[in-house]
Design a protein around this ligand. Structure first.
Ligand SMILES: [Mg+2]
Length: 118
């Protein structure tokens, strides 16, 4: 059900965006999305309580993926897969991380895997 709602949103966004901002194949379409994301991040920093600014960032993230040719179905599947990946990762005790800093997952296993195959 949730997946269907996301598919519907992404098809709606893609149709609106190509109609309004031009085809995703237009040169520098992705760079435009990245430039807009940087602007939205500054707006969030100025007012993190504004839900609409967070949604702007979510929409622009989808916009960037669409501009790279990913289908709504591929993006929805990637969102689901990445959430599952994050849930299965090893995370540090959040109490041990300095407040206001990114909490990164434990990469020890990944480093060991890489060093096993030089
Ligand atoms: Mg905004």
């Amino acid at each position: 059900m949730t997946e269907l709602i996301l598919h519907h949103h992404l098809h709606r966004q893609r149709d609106f965006s190509e109609r309004t901002f031009g085809p995703y194949s237009r040169p520098l379409r992705t760079e435009g999305a990245i430039d807009h994301i940087k602007k939205e991040v500054r707006e969030i920093e100025a007012n993190p309580a504004d839900l609409e600014e967070w949604i702007d960032l979510a929409i622009l993230s989808f916009e960037g993926a669409l501009s790279q040719g990913y289908s709504p179905e591929a993006i929805a599947a990637a969102l689901e897969a990445k959430q599952t990946k994050n849930e299965n990762r090893k995370w540090p005790d959040w109490r041990s991380v300095e407040p206001g800093k990114a909490i990164e997952h434990d990469r020890t296993a990944e480093v060991l895997e890489r060093s096993a195959y030089p």
